[in-house]
Design a protein around this ligand. Structure first.
Ligand code: HEC
Ligand code: HEC
Ligand code: HEC
Ligand code: HEC
Length: 121
């Protein structure tokens, strides 16, 4: 437990340092948009792993409401550069929750290696 809390504090410090140049705060975080949704809307039986539905939901769950990667890429063209929904490395294989988060601070997965100004909702 102790170890987990320390790790959380450490990663918060790292995120804090990063925030200045690589992570711009969104006007409204994704979690707030979804606040009124039932847990089961995302944590479906289909997504469950070994009977536990509370695992990060599959991309299909998100795409059911928001459309495909291709459709999203069109929507976000001309926004945060490079387009987060069109990746030369990953195609459509990167999961939505690699960047978007419902219960914690979102982070552009790309910035594990790059320093893009991705404004994460
Ligand atoms: C049942 C439908 C539904 C599901 C499932 C759902 N969303 Fe949403 N989401 C919405 C609605 C409605 C909004 C409010 C804004 C809008 O209409 O786009 C929203 C907002 C968002 C926003 C903020 C958009 C903005 O313009 O700021 C993001 C990002 C997002 N969702 C991503 C996801 C991801 C990732 C998942 C899967 C983990 C997901 N959504 C699952 C319906 C859904
Ligand atoms: C590499 C990180 C990354 C991944 C992976 C990713 N997104 Fe995004 N998403 C972003 C960023 C950054 C924005 C903000 C773009 C902007 O406003 O310019 C965004 C914006 C959005 C929006 C708001 C679009 C609008 O109307 O402006 C929705 C909805 C969304 N993402 C859903 C998804 C879904 C669903 C998936 C998986 C299929 C996904 N995203 C995968 C980074 C990501
Ligand atoms: C819009 C979709 C959405 C809704 C609604 C939602 N979640 Fe989540 N949940 C996620 C995503 C995406 C993750 C992955 C981590 C994150 O985004 O914070 C997650 C992760 C989790 C986890 C951790 C799983 C793990 O293996 O790390 C738990 C526990 C959880 N959610 C519980 C809940 C509960 C309880 C509710 C209802 C109050 C709820 N969620 C509503 C999308 C959702
Ligand atoms: C594991 C590390 C890693 C991750 C994660 C990563 N990249 Fe890269 N990327 C690289 C490397 C290495 C290069 C090639 C060297 C260079 O040109 O900087 C590159 C090059 C690129 C280029 C062409 C060169 C440039 O800088 O313009 C683009 C565009 C790009 N990446 C976009 C993305 C996007 C979008 C994401 C997230 C969806 C992403 N990358 C995630 C490592 C990564």
């Amino acid at each position: 437990m102790m170890k987990k809390q320390m790790l959380a504090a450490m990663s918060a410090a790292v995120l804090g340092a990063f925030a200045l140049n690589a992570w711009a705060a969104p006007a409204v975080p994704m979690g707030a948009h979804h606040a009124k949704m039932k847990c089961e809307t995302c944590h479906t039986k289909d997504n469950a792993v070994k009977g536990n539905a509370f695992v990060p939901p599959s991309d299909k769950t998100c795409e059911g409401c928001h459309g495909s990667y291709a459709a999203l890429a069109k929507k976000t063209a001309g926004g945060s550069e490079p387009n987060p929904h069109y990746s030369a490395h990953y195609g459509e294989s990167l999961s939505c929750s690699a960047c978007h988060r419902q219960h914690e601070k979102p982070q552009s997965y790309c910035n594990n290696c790059h320093d893009f100004r991705h404004k994460m909702p």
